[in-house]
Every structure is written in C-alpha cells, then in structure tokens.
Design a protein around this ligand. Structure first.
Ligand SMILES: Nc1ncnc2c1ncn2[C@@H]1O[C@H](COP(=O)(O)OP(=O)(O)OP(=O)(O)O)[C@@H](O)[C@H]1O
Ligand SMILES: [Mg+2]
Length: 334
C-alpha cells in the first residue's frame, strides 16, 4: 500500500501516512492505531492508485489546470468529509461567523443538497427559487443568489439534489463552482464551502475551486480509512484539475475530554497527521444543535458561551496559519 501525501499547513513538517489496511467502514480505535509514518525523502512520493476508488472522479486533461490566482489573498476553503454528521455544516457556519467577527469578509457557500447551512441561517431550501443549482447548471451569476444573513450566504435549494446529474453531461463540469466564484472572489477574504457527505461531483467542484480543505473529524467515531479515501480523491484533483489544493487542517469535533475514547481519538489523529490537526478542540455540547433551530450561529445564539469561544479560537488558529503562509509567499516573490 502506498504512502498518502497530505499538504501541511505553513510551518508544519510534511507528513506521510501509511493508510490503515482494514475492510470495515468504521473500526475500533485500538485497531485504527497505525505505526507512526516513516520519513519521506524528497521528492514526495506520488500516491499509488487508490485501493478504495473514490466516487465520480472525472476524466480530464491535465493541461486544463489553472495557475494559482496571483495578487489575491482570498482563501477558499472546502469543509469536507464524506462521512455524514461530523460537523461540516456546523464548522462552516460557526468558523465563518467567527472569521467575520474578526473583521474578515466572509462568503459561505451551501453546496449540500440537504441545505442544512441554508436552514441554519433561517432560510427554507424547499421554497428558495434560485440557488447554487442555478449557478452551477444555468450559470446564473452567484451574486444573484447570495443572501445577506449573519454572513453572506450562497444558498442551496432542494433542486441541488439534481445538480450532479445535470452537471455530469456538461463540459467543464468540475469547474462550474470555480468559474462562478470568479465573479465575487475579490470581494471576500474567506470563502467557506459546505460540502455533502460524499466524494461526488459537488465535492469535486469544491476541491477544484478551493485553495485548501479543512476536514472535520468526529472524535467519537474515528475513521482513518475515510481520511485516506478523501486524500486519494484530493490527489486525483491535484493531478488533473487543481495542483494547489491539499488538506490544510483537520479539526477534531464533538470532543469529550471525560472519555478515554475521545482522548484516544485525538492521540491517533495526532500520531497520524501531526501538525495538520488543529490544536483547538471542538467540544461536544448541545449548544451546537440548539443554535440552528433559532436560525443562527452559536456565536449569535450564545455569544459568551464556551461553544462560541471554541470556534473563535479555531478561527484565530487558522488566520495565524494563513498569515504565516501569506508572509512566506510575499517573501518568496520579493
Ligand atoms: N461539537 C458538537 N457537539 C454536539 N453536537 C454537535 C457538535 N457539532 C455538531 N453537532 C450536531 O451534530 C449534528 C451533525 O452536525 P452537522 O450537520 O454540522 O454535520 P455534517 O457533517 O454537516 O452532516 P452531513 O454530513 O449530514 O452534512 C447536528 O445535529 C449538529 O447540531
Ligand atoms: Mg452538513
């Protein structure tokens, strides 16, 4: 089994991960434990063909890849994990609002046909007339479907469920989101994309548009195999569509420090992914479920609570990493 390359955050040592050789979708934490990764000499090894083939990776021309945008500091972050219920939507919203509180210009994009992000801002995806579906499939300008809520929000509607099928017949199907974002990209410092729990064409569109991927991982029910599968898909996107995208961080969610299980999950993540794992832990609390019912982020629902503070801390950690990265880029071009 080959080595899987993950892109480290700025300043972090590059990590390689020996994927877990299991066949069950989820496994006990002890069985998930793997040997610490061996050192990798440069150049980094290319991943071998995936043992677990990701879904819907399109055939494209390598020369279709576009260079990284110059002169723009917009960070486009896809929140992704094909496992359901790991807090992708919760993290997209609350991280986005925390970044906004810090003064950054933030666009949230709901790319999930479930429309949970849209709902968690008090909008009903069932009655929304124009949404990301129209942007991706009918090329409606994204500015026309952005709603001003706690942050700007490109909404999803129930139609989005048909987007993968409609897109699959279109030329440039993997670049529809990247092209749509070009119109508004310069107006934002951070674009956060909430993706569905799959590695299908909508998630591929997010990876193609993204400058980086943040992976929320539920501490309770850790699947290293799932992370390897995600990285395999990202490796194919890097090879064919967006050479600049990689996992820039893993955020541990639903952490319960009182249980050995949760603490073990963190240990396993850190052993395997090192500095890719954010220091901020998102603890388990019912506040995160309560806030969307009120159509708001936890930062608005309970501004002084620990739940809100956790996402502020995560936002500060991410911004610090970005500033270090931007500084390094500026020095490189000076
Ligand atoms: N830290 C947390 N503690 C407790 N509950 C949480 C936490 N984060 C999220 N939740 C709750 O867990 C559920 C799943 O969260 P969320 O919808 O954000 O996951 P998701 O990964 O977006 O799911 P899906 O894959 O279905 O899109 C929600 O009810 C949410 O309120
Ligand atoms: Mg979700």
């Amino acid at each position: 089994m080959g080595l899987i390359r993950l892109l480290p955050r700025s300043g972090a040592a590059q990590r390689a991960v020996e994927p877990v050789d299991d066949t069950t979708p989820e496994m006990p934490l002890q069985e998930a434990l793997v040997e610490p990764p061996p050192a990798v000499s440069e150049p980094a090894q290319e991943p071998e063909p995936a043992e677990v083939m990701p879904v819907a990776v399109p055939a494209v021309q390598a020369d279709d890849a576009v260079p990284a945008p110059q002169g723009t500091a917009t960070h486009v972050i896809a929140l992704a994990n094909q496992k359901g219920g790991v807090a992708k939507t919760t993290t997209t919203l609350n991280l986005g609002i925390a970044l906004r509180e810090m003064g950054h210009r933030v666009l949230l994009v709901d790319l999930d046909p479930q429309g949970n992000l849209t709902m968690s801002q008090g909008l009903n995806p069932d009655v929304i007339e124009r949404s990301m579906f129209d942007v991706l499939v009918h090329r409606v300008p994204i500015s026309e479907i952005i709603e001003q809520r706690e942050a700007d929000l490109a909404v999803a509607s129930i139609d989005l469920a048909g987007a993968e099928l409609a897109l699959s017949a279109m030329i440039g199907r993997e670049r529809a989101l990247e092209k749509a974002l070009a119109e508004v990209r310069a107006s934002y410092d951070y674009v956060l994309i909430d993706t569905p729990p799959s590695l299908g064409l909508l998630t591929i569109n997010a990876f193609v548009a993204a400058t980086g991927v943040i992976v929320p991982v539920q501490c309770e029910y850790l699947s290293l195999r799932g992370l390897v599968q995600l990285e395999n898909t990202l490796a194919m996107v890097r090879e064919n569509l967006n050479p600049h995208v990689g996992v820039e961080g893993i955020v541990a969610t639903m952490f319960d420090g009182r249980t050995l299980h949760s603490r073990e999950a963190i240990e396993i993540l850190e052993e395997n992914f090192g500095e890719l794992v954010y220091r901020t832990r998102i603890r388990k609390t019912v506040r995160y479920a309560e806030a969307p019912v009120k159509g708001s982020s936890v930062l608005k629902y309970d501004p002084s609570g620990a739940a809100a503070e956790a996402y502020r801390e995560l936002a500060r950690e991410i911004v610090a990493a970005k500033e270090a990265e931007d500084g390094a880029q500026a020095r490189k071009h000076a």
